[in-house]
Design a protein around this ligand. Structure first.
Ligand code: FAD
Length: 379
């Protein structure tokens, strides 16, 4: 295996890092404190190809692979996990679902708008009473002629209010039937579709999280993605890619926290020397660096399998599980290394710490990743 980045990958890394430091870093705490979702920045990210990274060029995307996507998402999340989360949900969930299962007509209609970020995308699976247990969802669609009428509320949806278009998983069959869920593309302007309660969160505060409410929302059958009843199976496949996204975002957060801790430890003097000279601190840095390297390798494997079109459920669940737990551990240690300053908002360690916790929850909790991994191992 070759672990060297190609020239193009190095260029992507440098370009995205420069963008993140110029456009995101100066504002990240302002957005975080006020829970501002910076739509303009996403439009700019669309202009430089970050919002349709995996979309082929014929549909207006950057036509890149998962390794380039991982690199870009890492560099954004290294500066701000929140912007990384929104980029991930837009690229791999909403856009990724349409790319994987859309008809030619649906792809031509939606992918160019999503890839340019003229439209922001949302993806709705979770409901208030059904997160991990998605097959019990209560949001339903009933057929009326050529239309389907959707009723119910989706919960915790990234861009649930600001999204211009949503890919929504809705029950069209029996409770607990894995062939009883159908996917619909619903545009924001559709009567009966609105945003609901916006969450006030611990971290990831500039990524909007809100309800999506469907009240007798009539959607034409041409808006179904794939076949009726295929939604749950599709969602599981989409989440294979989604987990690589959350893994890359986690890795970026861990790297950002590590960068902060490393540079601080070289500057901060106690007992007449830099604290990095104390073995207790240097060993923490060593553990953090090893954990980051392990996450990186697991992610590279998952990206390579995904690019090759090979089964990647096991690899992506392992990468997501490990990277997200590492993000939490590394950012916790970063706060510790900064001591009292780590606990203040004058340094970014506390933000990495708050943002990291979402990584072990979103797109399947760590417990659910272990279930997925165990199922793959023992089947
Ligand atoms: C910031 C944010 C953004 C999000 N964005 C989206 C989005 O864009 N679209 C979307 O559809 N959803 C989104 N979600 C929802 C997210 O995917 C769910 O929160 C997550 O899947 C967990 O579901 P839950 O919160 O209902 O927890 P629950 O499923 O209620 O889990 C609670 C606890 O029980 C554990 N548990 C549950 N079942 C089992 C089991 N069988 N075995 C062992 N332990 C179990 C869990 O691991 C967890 O620790 C988002 C959530 C957040 C916080």
């Amino acid at each position: 295996m070759n672990f060297e980045l190609t020239d193009d990958q190095v260029m992507i890394k440098e370009t995205v890092s420069e963008f993140a430091h110029r456009r995101i870093l100066p504002n990240r705490m302002i957005w975080d404190e006020a829970q501002i979702f910076p739509v303009d920045v996403f439009r700019e990210m669309g202009e430089i190809g970050l919002m349709g990274m995996l979309v082929p060029e014929e549909y207006g995307g950057a036509g890149l692979g998962y390794i380039e996507y991982k690199i870009a998402l890492e560099e954004i999340s290294r500066v701000c996990g929140s912007v990384g989360l929104s980029m991930a949900a837009h690229n791999s969930l909403c856009t990724g679902h349409i790319l994987q299962f859309g008809t030619e007509e649906q792809k031509k209609k939606y992918l160019p708008k999503l890839a340019s970020a003229e439209w922001i995308g949302a993806w709705g699976l979770t409901e208030a009473n059904t997160g991990s247990d998605a097959l019990r969802m209560q949001c339903v669609a009933k057929k009326e002629g050529e239309y389907w009428v959707i009723n119910g509320t989706k919960n915790f949806i990234t861009h649930g209010t600001s999204g211009d278009v949503a890919v929504v998983l809705v029950r069209t069959g029996d409770l607990l039937d894995s062939h009883g869920i159908t996917t619909f593309i619903v545009e924001r302007s559709t009567p009966g579709f609105s945003g609901g309660k916006k969450e006030n969160k611990l971290g990831m505060r500039c990524s909007e999280t809100s309800e999506m409410v469907f009240d007798n929302c009539r959607v034409h059958e041409s808006q179904i993605l794939g076949e009726v009843g295929e939604g749950f199976i599709q969602a599981m496949k989409v989440l294979d890619g989604g987990r690589i996204s959350i893994g890359a975002m986690s890795l970026g957060i861990a790297q950002g926290a590590y960068d902060t801790a490393l540079s601080y430890s070289k500057e901060r003097k106690q007992f007449g020397q830099a604290i990095s000279r104390f073995q207790a601190i240097a060993f923490k840095l060593a553990d953090m660096a090893v954990a980051i390297e392990i996450s990186d390798l697991l992610l590279l494997k998952a990206c390579t399998l995904k690019n090759a079109g090979k089964p990647c459920t096991l690899a992506s669940a392992m990468a997501k599980y490990e990277s997200s737990e590492v993000a939490v551990k590394v950012s916790t240690e970063a706060v510790q290394i900064l001591g009292g300053y780590g606990y203040t908002k004058d340094f970014p360690a506390e933000k990495y710490y708050r943002d990291s916790k979402l990584c072990t929850i979103g797109e399947g909790t760590s417990e659910i990743q272990k279930l997925v991994i165990a199922r793959e191992l023992v089947r």
